[in-house]
Design a protein around this ligand. Structure first.
Ligand code: M6R
Length: 603
């Protein structure tokens, strides 16, 4: 959460920073700010709300050859202009932006800054004041004071610091929060995500936790926590600017829903070997083959993808699977099996709740895999293995194509392991053929926008609450469908196990309450239909999403038939569209829902 950009060595730094911040807006959009300077002047501009508000305040005088910028998702202190970054030291000589949370900011305040006045309530302001105090106290350089401050700080951070008297250097440091250095010709940049600076460079250098970097126009100097210089090769970002443009779409979410058939086909290409086998690294396969239980660790939509893949993994590999919420697992670890294998699911690869579990798993020396959309992300670097989603950047806060890509990649993995173990269900399952059928089915569903928009209007545009119900995999899809609906339309939605309604929750059904049934399994379908009848007789307004082979004449949304193992991949698509259209009809911003950010880098 929060996005940082910076540049040194190029004129019109303010433009580059504003463009970069716009591309990082998915990381938070409570407030934004920038600081730019050159040898003759400097400017600090901040605004509450979106980047466009900041842009309106950046007049033609606001220009420089060095600068840092920030888009905020509030942790300490309410979203306001006062709490927007950059923050300055008491004497205004130091300027700092920060992504993360300083856990001991109150202790630092008491010990070093009890007589200081602060403008806002952020932990970041404490840090920039602290650097100034340490600099004066030790009569040291800004760099030495910054280093000393880092040694006193506990928590997560990506920092970028500029000193007014030296408008040629940016000092950066990171711990647990993402930060990259981008290499230019006669200039260098910093950013929380390579996406932000792709129009400036495609060559980036990763920074490791605990390192500090001095960035000037011609050089970068990385130091480890002991002060040793570190040399690290740059890598070329495999991203294209067109991947991050909306094109003719009104919202990223709609583009990303439409991308799903293409992503399925790309995954077939990426994972299919010459003899039709699933290409998975042998070391990863061996670790999974040696394991007696798979623990899936993930949050939000990724957690729901874990649930959707549980039965696929179990059926094809015959290895039991548990699915856990990262935020619960880390501090409340269940008894582990004798040979556990940990599978981290994360679109961004940066989610702090998941990362704290991975840190523990690594301390225990247990094997791990991260399935992520972002190569080089923290969870990818820190796990033993990575499988990529190849979904292309997902910008909308509401995750869509990453969910289906995660299920598809786990299906491919399950097939590879099942084949090795000669599990009959795996040998009989032609995964590439089945995923290509899924791609066509998704295509047919995304073509139904007009019809689905009408259902959204009829069922959801004007409701306070709604239920999705189903059994088995249809229940897991219901959980994801409800999350999608609530996070962007603000309808209080619940995904419920259909059979559980009568054990309490049916009391919430009133005249007109929308209840959407998901039915793709023959064995449980008739029971879910029975549950729909029960709520109808209590006034619910019911809608059925059903596989073609199980459909009745009165059902509303019909899913093309796909293999029974992978029905979640298609059943979720109309629910994504229902959430999208309901949000538009209710007049909210689809891509940037209130209180949320795309990449959740605080616990
Ligand atoms: O990047 P991750 O997959 O680790 O993110 C996990 C959740 O924060 C994320 O899926 C969140 O629930 C989405 N906003 C849901 O649409």
């Amino acid at each position: 959460m929060c996005g940082i950009v910076g540049i040194v060595g190029k004129s019109n730094a303010e433009r580059i920073i504003l463009n970069g911040l716009e591309r990082l807006e998915y990381r938070g959009y409570d407030s934004a700010g920038l600081y730019v300077a050159d040898r003759t002047s400097d400017h600090l501009v901040k605004a509450q709300g979106r980047i466009k508000n900041l842009e309106e305040k950046v007049t033609s005088e606001v220009t420089g050859t060095i600068g840092i910028g920030h888009t905020r998702w509030a942790t300490h202190g309410k979203p306001s202009e006062m709490n927007a970054h950059p923050h300055t030291s008491a004497n205004q000589a130091l300027v700092l932006v920060h992504n993360g949370v300083i856990e001991n900011f109150e202790e630092l305040h008491q010990e070093y800054l009890s007589n200081h006045q602060f403008e806002g309530q952020t932990d970041t302001e404490i840090v920039v004041h602290l650097i100034e105090v340490l600099k004066e106290q030790d009569n040291s350089t800004t760099k030495a004071a910054f280093k000393k401050a880092l040694s006193l700080i506990r928590g997560s951070y990506a920092f970028a610091l500029v000193e007014k008297n030296d408008p040629e250097t940016i000092y950066v440091a990171k711990n647990k929060s993402p930060l990259l250095i981008g290499l230019g010709d006669g200039f260098n940049v910093i950013c929380s995500d390579a996406l932000a600076m792709l129009d400036q460079t495609t060559h980036f250098v990763e920074i490791e936790d605990g390192e500090m970097v001095t960035v000037t126009a011609d050089a970068i100097e990385i130091e480890d926590p002991k002060g040793n210089l570190v040399y690290r090769e740059s890598y070329e970002a495999q991203l294209d600017l067109t991947d991050i443009e909306k094109g003719t779409y009104p919202y990223y979410m709609l583009k990303e829903i439409d991308d799903q058939p293409t992503v399925m086909r790309r995954l077939i290409q990426e994972y299919q070997g010459e003899s039709g086998e699933v290409v998975i690294d042998a070391a990863l396969k061996n670790e999974l083959l040696a394991s007696d239980r798979i623990y899936i660790i993930a949050c939000g939509t990724s957690n729901h993808a874990g649930w959707a893949a549980k039965s696929i993994l179990e059926k094809l590999t015959q290895i039991p699977v548990e699915v856990h919420l990262s935020s619960e697992f880390g501090y409340n670890m269940p008894l582990l099996s004798a040979k556990p294998f940990f599978l981290f699911l994360s679109q961004s690869g940066e989610t702090a709740d998941s990362r704290q579990v991975l840190v523990t798993i690594n301390q225990l020396g247990l094997p791990s895999l991260t399935i992520t959309n972002v190569a080089g992300s923290t969870l990818s670097r820190e796990a033993n293995h990575t499988l990529l989603l190849h979904a292309g950047p997902e910008i909308a806060v509401a995750s869509t194509k990453a969910y289906t890509a995660q299920i598809a990649v786990m299906t491919l993995l399950a097939k590879a392991i099942g084949d090795e173990k000669a599990v009959p269900e795996a040998l009989d399952f032609d995964v590439f053929h089945e995923l290509s059928i899924v791609a066509s089915a998704m295509e047919a569903l995304v073509d139904e926008k007009a019809v689905i928009s009408q259902f959204a209007e009829d069922f959801l545009s004007d409701t306070r609450n709604a239920f999705y119900i189903g059994r088995g995999n249809d229940y897991y899809v219901s959980m994801e469908a409800a999350l999608k609906l609530k996070e962007i339309s603000y309808i209080q939605a619940e995904g419920f196990a259909a059979g559980e309604l009568k054990h309490g929750t049916i009391a919430l059904i009133e005249e007109g309450t929308p209840v959407i049934g998901v039915i793709t399994e023959e064995v449980t379908g008739s029971h879910t239909r029975g549950n729909l009848k029960e709520v109808e007789s209590r006034g619910a307004h019911t809608l059925v999403i059903v596989s073609q082979e199980l459909a009745k004449a009165t059902d509303q949304i019909i899913l093309p038939n796909v293999h029974p193992l992978v029905t979640s991949l298609v059943a979720v698509v109309p629910t994504q569209l229902l959430a999208y259209f309901a949000t538009l009809q209710r007049g909210f911003d689809v891509d940037k829902p209130r209180n949320l950010a795309k990449s959740v880098t605080v616990e």
